[in-house]
Design a protein around this ligand. Structure first.
Ligand SMILES: C[S@@+](CC[C@H](N)C(=O)[O-])C[C@H]1O[C@@H](n2cnc3c(N)ncnc32)[C@H](O)[C@@H]1O
Length: 239
């Protein structure tokens, strides 16, 4: 992996601090609103048991935490992020929806989760893991905080398999998206960074194998929208 890109991951939350104000509207615009559908697809993978405690890492402006709140069997959701500015916007959204009893947003590093082992039934990460510096140890950290039969679900960008769709998508993703994103967010390279992190990040079987290596069982993955995004899951199963 490109060493400059890898080391800039340590400070990626600073980029999100700078673009927090336009993050939600640009998400909707640049994904043509499909990101909402993707988060709703994640909801279908939530375990069916009652009284779940969920942790949403790299929660940003809390879009996934708010989506999770629709699941009746989730009692509490903790959203964690390193960007205070993203969290501020998330807290306003949570307050507006009168969900502050169910969703709590806290500042912290998703690679070193505060709290004891086995404290959650569900850990989720949407479009966040590729910003983490050490992905293998982050997956193990997720496993550590999951209770027996707990589940990790990750939603992340990936690349389409079909040659033609991939070519069209890469043109959009490499040129149009960074151009429009950098102008509208008034940040010189935030959206160029986004594109680089996606192209360098493992996806499909390769990323699912990392779940297995970290110790997850019953792993799987499902591509969404021609493979532009992929959902991954795995369970903690103690013997
Ligand atoms: C692309 S945003 C995704 C936000 C949200 N999950 C969503 O679906 O819109 C990535 C987020 O990851 C956060 N982030 C990056 N590195 C992090 C880390 N080590 N721990 C916690 N959050 C981190 C950033 O601050 C940013 O809010």
């Amino acid at each position: 992996m490109d060493q400059t890109l890898q080391s800039s991951k340590k400070q990626s939350y600073q980029i999100f601090d700078q673009i927090a104000g336009t993050y939600d509207s640009l998400n909707r615009l640049l994904s043509f609103g499909i990101d909402i559908y993707w988060r709703n697809q994640l909801l279908k993978l939530v375990p069916r048991r009652e009284n779940l405690k969920a942790l949403d890492l790299a929660t940003g402006t809390a879009d996934l935490a708010l989506t999770l709140s629709k699941a009746k069997n989730i009692d509490s959701i903790t959203g964690l992020d390193m960007s205070e500015e993203m969290l501020k916007i998330g807290r306003k959204k949570v307050d507006n929806k009168k969900l502050s009893k169910k969703i709590q947003l806290i500042s912290g590093d998703g690679q070193s989760i505060p709290g004891p082992d086995k404290s959650y039934d569900l850990v989720t990460i949407s479009f966040g893991i590729r910003n983490f510096f050490d992905v293998d140890s982050s997956l193990k950290e997720c496993l550590r905080v999951l209770d027996n039969n707990g589940r990790l679900i990750i939603l992340e960008f990936s690349l389409p398999k079909n040659f033609l769709i991939k070519a069209i998508y890469l043109f959009y993703f490499r040129y149009l998206l960074p151009f429009v994103g950098n102008i509208l967010s008034k940040h010189k390279n935030a959206y160029s960074y986004l594109n680089q992190t996606v192209e360098e990040f493992p996806y499909g079987n390769e990323f699912e194998d990392m779940f297995k290596k970290a110790g997850f069982k019953n792993t799987g993955h499902k591509t969404l929208t021609f493979g532009i995004a992929t959902l991954y899951w795995g369970d903690r199963e103690d013997n």
